[in-house]
Write a protein that binds this ligand. Structure first.
Ligand code: KG4
Ligand code: ZN
Length: 349
């Protein structure tokens, strides 16, 4: 079974063809860096137009690369939400059109569920239940994935997402968007993140709090205050590296601590793994902090390859494969949803 997937919910235009044997037959991605660079954040209207411009060529490319035509595809999957509504509609209408043209099934995918399911593409041995830390530019959530379409939200951010904490701080430091990758590179010059954080007096948000929620706005403010106190218009490179290293350490420790608390949930006793997904999962310091937590709990950390951590078409195609396996297809009047918590998916089974 071959599923064609389309992702357009934020600033990545992603298309892929994946089969039910866990093979990625082809994939193409366009990341809208230049379009949004001068705004240092994603502009929804510009994103939607860029998806519209790029999608046709990307669709042609994945078909050509896989040596297939539209008629060889068994189902068409597209992100139906949550996300920026203009972009979501572009991908959704494209997927529906292909389905209507070929008479094949259409599946509207929840973008968050696609992130949750991605490790099952790359690690076929990963079975439910597993704990998911979803950390991206728009979301920071801990989800208990008990079974397919049975997801319980254990905790979420009360203000900024982890990726936003990286992006907003990077903006203050003049590093451009997205900030996470640039901050990770900068932080390499100051390997002792704990010392950098202690020297700067940065807090580890929510440390030891008896719930699984996150908060990053206080850390962001602390970062801004350190920069203001320093006074210089441009930060000296050594100080910038110390800031990056301290921030990365505090975010990594906060995420690890929240996962540690989530693992005390009675239903987390028999887990088959801990999964980290979303763009921030590309960060090596964060991965290794989470590996320590998983090892202490006697379980394993599953992190998909970096190219599958950030938004892409492969994850949508794979979520389509999983839906098809359960016989879950949608009608062509399915609406795009700007908000769509994963806990609401349960009713759909
Ligand atoms: O999942 P994703 O591609 O989509 C959005 O939610 O937009 O995540 C993007 C986020 C951005 O905030 C970016 O700064 C962050 O992931 N990110 C990173 C790294 N790579 C991407 N954060 C920290 N370290 C990284 N290496
Ligand atoms: Zn995402």
């Amino acid at each position: 079974m071959k599923v064609f997937g389309i992702e357009t919910s934020c600033d990545d235009t992603g298309v892929a063809i994946v089969n039910d044997q866990h093979t990625i037959l082809s994939q193409a991605l366009y990341t809208q860096r230049e379009e949004h660079a001068q705004f240092q954040g994603v502009v929804p209207e510009i994103a939607a137009r860029a998806h519209l411009n790029r999608l046709p060529d990307l669709c042609d490319k994945v078909l050509a690369d896989a040596g297939l035509t539209l008629n060889d595809i068994d189902a068409f999957a597209a992100t139906a939400g949550p996300g920026l509504i203009g972009g979501v509609m572009v991908g959704l209408v494209t997927g529906k059109t292909f389905a209507a043209m070929t008479g094949k099934p259409f599946i509207g995918i929840n973008h968050l569920e696609a992130h949750i399911l991605t490790p099952r593409l790359t690690f076929p041995e990963l079975t439910f239940p597993f704990l998911v830390l979803l950390v991206s530019g728009g979301h920071t959530q801990i989800i208990l994935a008990k079974a397919y379409r049975d997801y319980t939200l254990l905790g979420a951010t009360r203000d900024d997402a982890a990726g936003e904490a990286f992006d907003k701080t990077a903006k203050l430091m003049g590093l451009g968007y997205p900030g996470g990758p640039a901050l990770e590179v900068l932080a390499r010059d100051v390997p002792d993140g704990a010392k950098a954080a202690a020297d700067l007096g940065l807090p580890i948000p929510m440390l030891n709090a008896p719930h699984c929620d996150f908060s990053f706005s206080g850390l962001k403010t602390a970062m801004r205050n350190r920069m203001v106190k320093h006074g210089a218009a441009t930060l000296p490179p050594a100080f910038a590296a110390q800031l990056a290293s301290g921030l990365q350490y505090c975010i990594a420790q906060s995420l690890a601590d929240r996962v540690r608390v989530a693992l005390q949930h009675p239903e987390c006793r028999k887990l088959n793994g801990i999964v980290v997904v979303g763009g921030v999962a590309a960060n090596q310091t964060i991965r290794s902090a989470l590996e320590d937590v998983a090892t202490a709990h006697g379980t394993q950390l599953y992190a998909p390859p970096m190219s599958l951590c950030t938004d892409n078409g492969v994850m949508i195609a794979w979520a389509g494969v999983e839906a098809m396996r359960h016989g879950l297809i949608d009608t062509l009047d399915l609406a795009a949803r700007p908000r769509w918590p994963v806990s609401e998916l349960r009713r759909a089974v």
